[in-house]
Design a protein around this ligand. Sequence first.
Ligand code: UFG
Length: 337
Amino acid sequence: MKWEEALGSEHILVTGGAGYIGSHTTQLLLDQGYQVTVVDNLSTGHAWSVGDAELIQCDLREPVVLAGALRKKSFTGIIHFAGLSQVGESIAQPLSYFDNNVTGSLNLIDYAAQAGIDQFVFSSSAAVYGNPRAAVIDETHVIAPINPYGMSKAMVETMLAESARANDLRAIALRYFNAAGAMPSCGLGEAHDPETHLIPNVLKSLLLAADASPGDAYLKVFGDDYETPDGTCIRDYVHVTDLAQAHVSALRYVKDTAGAQAVNLGTGRGHSVLEIIDTCQQVTGKDIAHIIEPRRAGDPAVLVADNKLAGELLDWRPQRTLTDIVSDAWQWHQMSS
Ligand code: UFG
């Protein structure tokens, strides 16, 4: 059997496939010949972003409805993105995060067991580490989340590890660092509302500057008094297309490997907020005005991934640079504004 035929017979359930990283991964799966069904409650995702995948609007917190909607389907694996993802909101509304992210995941893991699906890829986050105890962190770093968002991800990782031990589930948790960029050729990009992330905010400030009243368009930089070379926070920005590729590699990994595993997904390189603004200026050719605000609560000074394990287990090495990230995001924001 040729590999294209082999892939064609694989049917993947993608929860949250209408969201940012989920929609990019769905597109890549379709491009690579997988059959894809997206389950999404469309609370933050967009129906337009699932492309040619089948879309079922359903909430994971309704397990009977979910099982009914999926009754006649036979999946080879699950990629689970569905969940709320804003750190600040999770501090204000913790129960909503535990309900959506933990209850929803519990129902899905239970559905997988009932349906005999043993391949499970989970969208986790560097937020499980809490305040980093080293500048570059690997998967042995203590799990000590400092907000309900990170706690909810850590709880789901625990459920997967225990299910792997008890029920032969094959699971991998992918701990993203800072997802960024877009796939403008497919009409996909970062469309959060409200937007809290740095790169889209920098680029949107340029688009707003054209018709906003003075002051409104200014980009806020949260803190310039950190112990970093230029005083602003350092993060590890990884292209969403590279992340999508890691999910496809992770599907292959869980097919062949028993147990549960957690893997960092980052580039291993850090960039400060001011470096990001500088790269955005170079890519767009425009000056970007910014104002310095006080530190944002809960922001660590430096967060950079050690990504060796992803290379070893998934044969995954990010291919795209920071300039690629900003160029693709800029192209997409201009198209979608
Ligand atoms: N920042 C600004 N201005 C903005 C937005 C962000 O200065 O308008 C700064 C932040 O203070 C931070 C950096 O840019 O220093 C990056 O902030 P983001 O909001 O883009 O990303 P975070 O590092 O806060 O969040 C990421 C993921 C989360 C994950 C978290 C783990 O997006 O899902 O890392 O710490 F939980």
